[in-house]
Every structure is written in C-alpha cells, then in structure tokens.
Design a protein around this ligand. Structure first.
Ligand SMILES: [Zn+2]
Length: 122
C-alpha cells in the first residue's frame, strides 16, 4: 500500500498529548498535515470513484486511530479526517447499500462499466 509508511509511524510519539481537554494546535497542525497527505494518496488511487476513495481513506484512518493510544489524539485524527470526508464503518456500509439500491456496484459505478469487474460477477 502506498500509505504504509504513514501507518507504521508511531503516532503517539510524534505528538504531545492534549492538555486540559483542548486541542493542542501543534497536534492539530501535525495531524492535519498527515491526514491530508493520506487523503491525497487515496484520491490518486481511487480511480475517480468517490465511493472507493471514501472506503479506502476511511479504512486507513480507522487503522491509524486503532494504533493511537492517546484518547485526544484519536479524537483529533477523527476530527481532521471528517474534513476529508471520513466515514465511520457504519456509514461506509450505508453508502455501499445506497449504491446497490441505486443499481450501482459497491464502487459507485454502473456494474457493467466497473473496472473491478463487478458486472462480470454472477
Ligand atoms: Zn465495482
């Protein structure tokens, strides 16, 4: 994966924890820079499908959040990721179901035109 280097970063040692329950501006800036970089990598790899971008970006964010030990850091990551259209796993499931209900594949594309071959499935 192109963003594997980002995910291997021990993010808890990169940022200092938030004090007094407020967002630390340095943490926010650092997280925003990395999350935006992750979003840009996923935009380039989504094949112009918004649904693919959302699913892949959100999965990457969930993995990073699960590795972050600090509660405030997790909240900061999710706050920043929402600005980049992060969807929770439940929201991704709802989005995929909406696509299927509309006659599209889970990638948000006409199944017969999907480069992943969704139209070829039985
Ligand atoms: Zn598809």
């Amino acid at each position: 994966m192109a963003y594997q280097n980002f995910e291997s970063v021990d993010i808890d040692n990169v940022y200092s924890p938030v004090k007094d329950g407020a967002y630390n501006p340095l943490m926010l800036e650092g997280v925003a820079r990395q999350i935006n970089r992750l979003a840009n990598k996923n935009i380039k790899a989504c094949g112009c499908s918004y649904e693919v971008y959302i699913a892949n970006f959100s999965l990457s964010v969930d993995r990073i959040v699960s590795q972050a030990k600090d509660r405030d850091l997790r909240a900061t990551i999710l706050y920043v990721a929402r600005e980049c259209d992060y969807h929770s796993p439940e929201e991704v499931d709802e989005m995929r179901q909406s696509c299927l209900d509309a006659g599209l594949c889970v990638h948000g594309i006409d199944p017969d035109c999907c480069p992943a071959g969704c139209g070829d499935l039985p």
